[in-house]
Design a protein around this ligand. Structure first.
Ligand code: 26W
Length: 797
């Protein structure tokens, strides 16, 4: 073992720095002391890795969000120090589990941010030179609680008690210039990204915004004490808070400033490193591949061109050529409301120079299109700045001025090519690639499910599957070995008990592990259809009460989701589900058969318990709406069946694990396309009084929205639509019957043959290897970034 923790040093650090003995230290003090020691331990490897990155061709992952979660356990795991830390803390009268109180670094909303975190983990583990670049928000995603069933938000001051994993690198600060002569300092905080079983360590560089003026003595002398530091606070606002928004874009000034801030700082950072290494800027693209995580960092493109032309005197053609060979763009959603566009007026105010570059790019694009005999109308639909030069399109800019474009699951990439980016695909089909998402097996199996991990290691005689999940596939042969399946069932029971204990501690609710644990966790959004799940539960509850549904295996339906604070309908759905929970709990005939629970403040750490303690993974988005999903992969890897639609990566999941081992239902994309304007949800309730009854719960007084009228609004949005959408635009009522059928089939399968059910689960777990983010990252490295693993430079352990 190359690393070990030093007990004496930990004791003396706690005493000198925090003034406590180890047995009296608070979780935060312990955490900081451990973090500081680990950071010191890895410093030589980290420095060496950083040098290696900067001396080779490397990739930069630019992302507005990095949903890292809690670092301490994962870092100890990757360094092989988890057992060491456990015993050492026990010796000291402390408990490693007390570190569960440490807040997650929730600098992201959901899938896109967590994907970025998994990618960094994989690249570090694979010895690939990739570094992350983002924003060090002071406040991460809000903390959620429920009051009377309604979501309440509170600020998430995640680093309030310190952040031992980040190193502030003052001397590497850069200055970002905005219009009107406003300057903001970008100060980098670097987090080590520790590879598993290798001493290669990548970097996540998060920029913090600070003022450049310092202290205005003139104002201070005049007695304007607040004014003396006002411009600093204005600058600090830029990195103050993460936008709590998933899949909807609002053209807000602060958001634009944030995007400019980290995009420009990151580009400047790259140029500086490039020049420091004594290289020619004309070779910039030979040393850098920059991945744009959705459109949020797209202004890095004009920022690079602006620097190269204005500061370093390259001509526009040369700079544009470098940009095309440097940048690549990943799309993460086809929701039209999420495609970013900026008003020209705003761009002119905030970043006049970048706007000028966008105009030049646009003109170049238009003349190229005319040269290809495109019609005026066609060009109008593709222009980078449209509507008489008033609206700048970020996705179009990324496709035009970058290299590769990719979707995040096969079906998603096909939809991009066939509709969202159709014109661009026919213009340049070579640009388009698919990169099906993945998840890191370190956090999402080795760390969160040590019991299943130990069984895999025992059966394979080695733990090297953690770095190569394809090794799990041969374990499929144990599906008919009842001794193995029984061990697996026992592990499920242990994980379900752990989840139940955690839930009891957090929510004060008891759930028996004999229940089926059916879990839907993800951001709250209408297209993800948590409401469909709610309807199915009520449908089943009414069926049990009427006697139509018999022998129902008791099931806990567990939800976890945050709703964007301004997304009223999403908040109403949370309230509705909490009301269903209350209704069922108050019914003696139902409460021993069904438990509904919406957990509070769902985050990465909660997810680690939920994915490892579930039996059923709910992935029920309307076909064609979920780009990929990654939660689906985490559940699968931990051995659940997927109850889901033909959407996103679900399609590839059932391809890998067998449709017969999962529960797939509902309309496919082709079916939905065929409905067109003919879809009328009212016909469905006319035909089916049971569905009608479920729907009426929104307005018949069964469930209360506290007189807000929100349930009624929801009801009419389904049956009649609203000013901005047609009736039931996510086809809940269409899919409800087949969904309930699948859910009841699953329930009968469990009752009839529990082992058979867990055999399906086993086949999911062992066939999940494809969904390791190691596979995804290798594909990006080979086919987009063209970077190489430098394995020989790093020690393996
Ligand atoms: C500007 C507001 C905004 C913020 C975030 C718009 C859009 C986003 C993201 C694109 C939303 C997102 O997280 N998308 C998810 O990305 C995951 C990783 O690729 C996919 O697995 C999910 O299906 C997709 O919804």
């Amino acid at each position: 073992m190359p690393y070990s923790l030093d007990k004496a040093k930990l004791i003396s650090n706690l005493e000198t720095k925090y003034g406590v003995s180890a047995d009296k230290a608070t979780p935060w003090q312990l955490h900081n002391a451990i973090g500081e020691q680990v950071t010191e331990l890895i410093a030589p490897s980290w420095n060496k890795s950083t040098k290696a990155h900067l001396s080779s061709r490397r990739a930069m992952y630019l992302s507005m969000e990095f949903l890292m979660g809690r670092a301490v356990y994962n870092n100890l795991l990757c360094l092989g120090l988890l057992g060491n830390a456990d015993t050492l803390l026990k010796d000291l009268g402390a408990d490693i589990n007390s570190l569960e109180e440490i807040e997650d670094a929730a600098l992201g909303n959901g899938g896109l941010g967590r994907l970025a975190a998994c990618f960094l983990d994989s690249a570090a583990t694979l010895d690939l030179p990739l570094d992350g670049y983002g924003i060090r928000y002071k406040y991460g995603l809000f903390r959620q609680s429920f009051v009377n069933g309604w979501q309440c938000e509170a600020a998430d001051n995640w680093s309030q008690f310190g952040d031992p994993w980040s190193v502030r690198r003052e001397q590497e600060s850069v200055v970002v210039e905005y219009g009107g002569g406003v300057f903001v300092r970008a100060v980098p905080y670097d987090m080590p990204i520790i590879g598993y079983g290798t001493n290669h360590i990548g970097t996540l560089r998060l920029w913090q915004a600070e003022g450049t003026s310092g202290f205005d003595f003139a104002k201070f002398d005049r007695g304007d004490y607040l004014g003396a530091t006002a411009s600093d606070r204005e600058a600090e606002n830029i990195s103050a808070v993460l936008y709590p928004n998933d899949n909807s874009y609002e053209g807000r000034l602060l958001r634009l400033k944030q995007e400019v801030f980290f995009s420009t700082a990151s580009v400047k950072d790259a140029i500086r490193h490039h020049l420091n290494a004594g290289r020619d800027l004309r070779d910039f693209h030979k040393y850098h591949a920059i991945q744009l995580n959705d459109t949020h960092p797209v202004l890095a493109i004009p920022a690079l061109i602006d620097e190269l032309t204005r500061v370093y005197n390259l001509d526009f053609d040369a700079a544009f050529d470098i940009a095309k060979r440097t940048f690549n763009y990943t799309n993460h959603t086809i929701m039209p409301e999420a495609l970013e566009k900026w008003d020209s007026t705003m761009l002119i105010d905030v970043v006049p120079r970048l706007f000028k570059v966008l105009v030049q790019l646009n003109e170049r694009f238009i003349s190229e299109m005319y040269a290809k005999d495109f019609t005026k109308a066609h060009i109008e639909n593709m222009k980078l700045i449209s509507n008489s030069n008033t609206v700048a399109h970020m996705a179009r800019t990324a496709v035009y001025a970058g290299g590769a474009v990719n979707g995040v699951a096969e079906i998603h990439t096909e939809i991009l090519k066939a509709s969202v980016l159709k014109d661009w695909y026919s213009l340049d089909p070579e640009k388009f690639q698919n990169k099906t998402n993945g998840i890191t097996p370190r956090r999402w199996l080795a760390l969160c499910n040590p019991e299943l991990s130990a069984l895999f290691t025992e059966l394979l005689g080695s733990g090297d599957w953690v770095r190569d999940t394809d090794k799990l596939k041969p374990l499929a042969k144990y599906a008919d070995d009842m001794s193995v399946i029984d061990k697996f069932v026992r592990i499920k029971e242990i994980r379900k008990q752990k989840l139940a204990d955690y839930i009891e501690k957090r929510e004060g609710v008891k759930i028996a592990p004999s229940f089926i644990f059916d879990v839907q966790v993800k951001r709250l959004h209408e297209y993800k259809r948590q409401l469909l799940n709610a309807f199915s539960i009520l449908y089943i509850a009414y069926g049990i009460k009427s006697g139509e549904i018999k022998d129902f295996q008791p099931t806990a339906f567990i939800f976890g989701a945050k709703a964007a604070p301004a997304y009223t309908r999403a908040k109403t759905i949370i309230k509705y589900i909490n009301e269903i929970a209350k209704f069922i709990k108050s019914d003696p005939q139902l409460r021993d058969l069904i438990k509904v629970l919406f957990v509070q403040n769902y985050n990465v750490s909660y997810a680690e318990y939920l994915v490892s303690g579930a039996d059923v993974s709910e992935q029920i988005s309307t076909a064609g709406t979920e780009a990929s999903g990654t939660g689906n992969m985490k559940f699968m890897q931990n051995g659940t069946v997927t109850l889901g639609t033909y959407d996103g990566a679900n399609i590839e999941i059932v391809r890998e694990a067998g449709e017969e081992n999962n529960y797939i239902f509902g309309a496919k994309v082709e079916d939905i396309e065929k409905f067109g304007p003919n879809y009328d949800p009212r016909k469905i309730i006319l035909d089916d009084s049971k569905i009608e009854k479920v729907l009426l719960s929104l307005i018949d007084g069964t469930l209360s929205d506290d007189g807000s009228g929100n349930f009624r609004e929801l009801y009419y949005s389904l049956l009649e639509g609203a000013s901005w959408h047609k009736a039931d635009n996510y086809y809940l009522l269409y899919d409800l019957r087949s969904y309930v059928d699948a859910k009841l089939q699953l329930n009968r399968d469990f009752v009839g043959d529990k082992r058979g059910f867990y055999k399906k689960c086993w086949l999911n777990a062992v066939n999940a290897g494809f969904f390791s983010s190691d596979r995804t990252i290798k594909d990006y490295a080979e086919n987009i970034w063209r970077i190489k693993a430098e394995a020989s430079r790093f020690t393996k352990f």
